[in-house]
Design a protein around this ligand. Structure first.
Ligand SMILES: Nc1ncnc2c1ncn2[C@@H]1O[C@H](COP(=O)(O)OP(=O)(O)OP(=O)(O)O)[C@@H](O)[C@H]1O
Length: 305
């Protein structure tokens, strides 16, 4: 059974369609990146999974249940807008949220203390939230999201506002939860996080899915790019779509950025260079970043609107 499944989900606010015919599924143990620019519809989609908003069309299934109370014990959520009861202590905050998800006070306390220990906050367990630094309070909120060991963990822009050390801690939490069998969905517009963590990802623009698949599948959408160093222009080589001079080297040699024609194989081009005596000092395939891929796939969708 999928941990989360959306089928043809639509959400409108008046005449405005914020989420448009969105379908995807996330399996247990998978880290799924939900990527889109500002206003793409990420938060609205997550709010429908949490039953804070109701879709106008389509269906959502959380561990086989419709969103709502029956799904709550299986769910963990870190909202984009962080906020805790300021006068409550760190541990009481975690126990309170744990109880809302159906845990006993004893179990929530035990797990809460273990998490505070893990996050380096054990000595602040009885400190009220208002006396904690912003980063500490964010870690308490993260603890509230995972205290019940959720089978579906939803994180809305979880990295924003975290320093590099705490970003690393959050990455460990995400990967650890997935290793323990949870499905983890996190939204972000920072592609580097997605690149390091995601098994699969979805690109959203204007509420519509532009791509869903693995990182390798996403990279395959981009034309293959190579960097060559030669004293001749590779522009007229068979299979080359575009060649751009990058930087001059010594004695008339240059670095070239080369884009292959669709379906062309870099190995075939290298063989052709060797067999025709094309001068080469370097022949390297460039690995596209998720940022490049996102701009390639979603850039067009942004421009169309
Ligand atoms: N309650 C609402 N009423 C009217 N419009 C809304 C409402 N909530 C969201 N929207 C609109 O729906 C669109 C999607 O918003 P959403 O918050 O889901 O985007 P997002 O992808 O999470 O963006 P961001 O990264 O900026 O948080 C935006 O244009 C937003 O203005």
């Amino acid at each position: 059974m999928e941990a989360l499944e959306l089928e043809g989900v639509v959400k409108r606010f008046g005449d405005f369609t914020a989420v448009d015919d969105l379908s995807f599924a996330v399996a247990p143990g998978e880290v799924f990146g939900f990527l889109g620019g500002n206003g793409a519809g990420k938060t609205t989609s997550l709010r429908m999974v949490l039953d804070i908003l109701r879709p106008d069309a389509g269906t959502i299934s959380v561990m086989g249940h419709p969103p709502g109370r029956s799904a709550s014990p299986d769910l963990g959520f870190l909202p984009e807008e962080r906020g805790l009861y300021r006068s409550m202590t760190a541990i009481d905050t975690i126990i309170y949220l744990g109880r809302l998800k159906g845990m006993t006070a004893g179990a929530a306390r035990r797990e809460g203390m273990a998490l505070l220990e893990r996050f380096g906050l054990a000595e602040f367990a009885r400190t009220s939230v208002e006396k904690l630094s912003k980063g500490m309070a964010q870690k308490v909120q993260l603890a509230t999201a995972i205290v019940n060991k959720p089978r579906l963990l939803l994180l809305d822009e979880p990295f924003s506002g975290l320093d590099p050390v705490n970003q690393g801690l959050l990455e460990e939490v995400i990967l650890g939860a997935a290793r323990d069998g949870a499905a983890v969905v996190f939204s972000t517009h920072v592609m580097q996080h997605a690149e390091r963590l995601c098994d699969r990802l979805l690109f959203l623009a204007h509420g519509r899915k532009q791509f869903e698949g693995t990182q390798d599948e996403a990279r395959a959408a981009l034309p293959i790019q190579l960097t060559l160093t030669s004293n001749r222009s590779p522009a007229s080589l068979e299979g080359v779509a575009e060649a751009r001079e990058l930087a001059p080297r010594d004695h008339g040699w240059f670095d070239w950025e080369v884009q292959l024609q669709p379906g062309q194989d870099p190995g075939d081009l290298l063989e052709r260079c060797t067999s025709t005596g094309f001068p080469l000092r370097r022949f390297e395939q460039r690995r596209a970043s998720m940022h490049d891929v996102f701009l390639h796939i979603v850039g067009g969708a942004e421009a169309r609107s």
